[in-house]
Design a protein around this ligand. Sequence first.
Ligand SMILES: [Zn+2]
Length: 86
Amino acid sequence: MRKDIHPDYHDVTVACACGSTFKTRSTYKSEVLHLEICSSCHPFFTGKQKLVDSAGRVERFQKKYAAFRKGRAEASAAGKSSGAGS
Ligand SMILES: [Zn+2]
């Protein structure tokens, strides 16, 4: 190999937010690579549903549409009582 043209390829410990760690080799700048999700906790591999919500977006969505759903429920209840539902 030519000198001074190759990035530093070294051992890296990958640490996921779920607690799982594994070792690999990489040119990553640090010795430890932190992840939010890995193959031990990703829903694709676990088969379980999990919301990856790091910025509170799911909560914001549910808050935003809570009023909308409530409105729909009231509308459908009103529709049933008048006999012109759905
Ligand atoms: Zn993980």
